[in-house]
Design a protein around this ligand. Structure first.
Ligand SMILES: [Zn+2]
Length: 421
């Protein structure tokens, strides 16, 4: 079994550049395996595709595509079907379908307030989804047992010749202690190993920070498809970023980076859970909105209520939205000046905050970001909503299969899913 990778080392879902036939140092077998991966990745990301379209899009000849599709079908990863009316343009050509209900991964998320587990089929389809509450203060380690229980429940519902090919878990980097203190710490190797031991989720389990993984999801299947320079901002208890540069996820030492919520924006501001003062996340996010609006501290429902009040004309709530949006724009302008992205995406609790104060954010950006940078950057809300972490985790879990389909297809465990307790 290969060493399971961290999120930062995984591919981010682009179609790979294929080596030309006869490239020095690349054997025929290596070329064939890469081409198998390219065909499978294409139907995984883009859905059922005819052999003729694959020929055009991957730049391989017709007989090569036919042989590759037949090999993938023999491995149980795709089926080939006669074209329906939608695919019948030009010469009839068999359509390659991912076997979405048979080939699957487990995708898990340890979120600020809940634990979620999904069985996701090849092609990115959520086949089954379970969730449980995460009580305040529950360390990520204590989530391993309950999540394994959800996975076992889903595994028992799997029938037929299903093939489990991997698993991944997205872990938010902040937890709130019972005394209200915010603790910071994303997934580490010990946590990943604990998940792997408990779940036995096929060949290797990947762990990563939730913001990184949600960024991958938006890049592959959400609002940022085709955008290779991207800053995804995720709000829950704090604010983290998933940063994609040149189509690759960028993470720091041991996979921990993107803690943009701890950029100091106000040295005279409030103490932060990290031990510093005036961090960005003390000025943006739900807690700041409620504070500015003169409301009691509360979770997401309280934030939604404050935003609804602002939309309904409540003066105090409107002022609070403008204040938080101004701070949001302040930090975004700094990030734009550092990363020069083509898009900034607002996800998690920042999605609704941004939507309520978009004009204020843009105004701040237009006064603070470098003109050449702010002209092309697009600001967008996340498209995948609450499922982004699960969809992104599934992409990471599928990465090994897509890199070498026959290797993983042959060693994946069929049927029952994770090992019994
Ligand atoms: Zn901080």
């Amino acid at each position: 079994m290969a060493t399971p990778s961290r999120a930062g080392q995984a591919r981010v879902g682009r179609d790979p550049e294929l080596p030309a036939a006869g490239t020095p140092g690349v054997t025929q077998e290596e070329t064939r395996r890469r081409n198998l991966g390219a065909v499978l990745r294409h139907v995984h990301v883009h859905g059922p595709t005819s052999r003729a379209e694959l020929t055009g899009r991957l730049g391989l000849n017709r007989s090569t595509i036919g042989a590759l599709a037949a090999d993938l079908a023999a491995a149980g990863l795709v089926t080939e079907e006669a074209p329906t009316a939608a695919h019948r343009a030009g010469r009839p050509s068999l359509v390659v379908h991912p076997r979405s209900t048979q080939v699957y991964v487990f995708a898990l998320s340890v979120e600020a307030d809940r634990l979620r587990a999904a069985r996701v089929g090849l092609g990115g389809r959520i086949l089954d989804l379970r969730e449980a509450e995460r009580p305040g203060g529950m360390p990520a380690f204590d989530a391993v047992g309950p999540l394994a229980g959800l996975v076992r429940d889903m595994g028992r519902a799997v029938t037929g010749d299903a093939l489990l090919v991997g698993g991944a878990v997205a872990v938010t980097d902040t937890t709130r202690d019972p005394d209200g203190r915010i603790r910071i710490g994303g997934p580490d190797e010990a946590l990943r190993a604990a998940f792997e031991a408990e779940l036995a989720a096929g060949p290797g389990l990947v762990a990563g920070d939730l913001a990184d993984i949600a960024a991958v999801a938006e890049h592959v299947r959400g609002v940022a498809v085709g955008v290779n320079d991207l800053v995804y901002l995720h709000g829950d208890l704090g604010v983290s970023a998933g940063i994609i540069v040149g189509g690759r996820l960028v993470v720091g030492h041991r996979g921990h980076g993107g803690k943009v919520g701890h950029m100091v924006v106000n040295p005279y501001g409030l103490p932060c859970g990290c031990g510093s003062r005036g961090c960005w996340e003390t000025e943006v996010g739900g807690a700041a909105l409620l504070r500015h609006a003169g409301r009691e501290p509360g979770g997401l429902p309280a934030v939604v209520e404050a935003l609804r009040a602002a939309a309904g004309g409540d003066r105090a709530a409107q002022v609070a939205v403008r204040q938080v949006a101004d701070w949001l724009g302040f930090g975004v302008a700094n990030l734009v000046n550092v990363a020069n992205p083509d898009m900034v995406v607002f996800g998690g609790s920042l999605r609704d905050l941004y939507a309520a104060g978009a004009d204020t954010v843009r105004r701040r950006l237009d006064t603070m970001a470098l003109p050449a940078f702010r002209e092309h950057v697009r600001l967008r809300v996340a498209a995948l909503g609450r499922d982004a972490a699960l969809i992104g985790a599934a992409e990471l879990a599928f990465a090994r299969l897509l890199a070498d389909p026959l290797n993983v297809g042959a060693t994946g465990r069929s049927g029952t899913g994770p090992a019994p307790a």
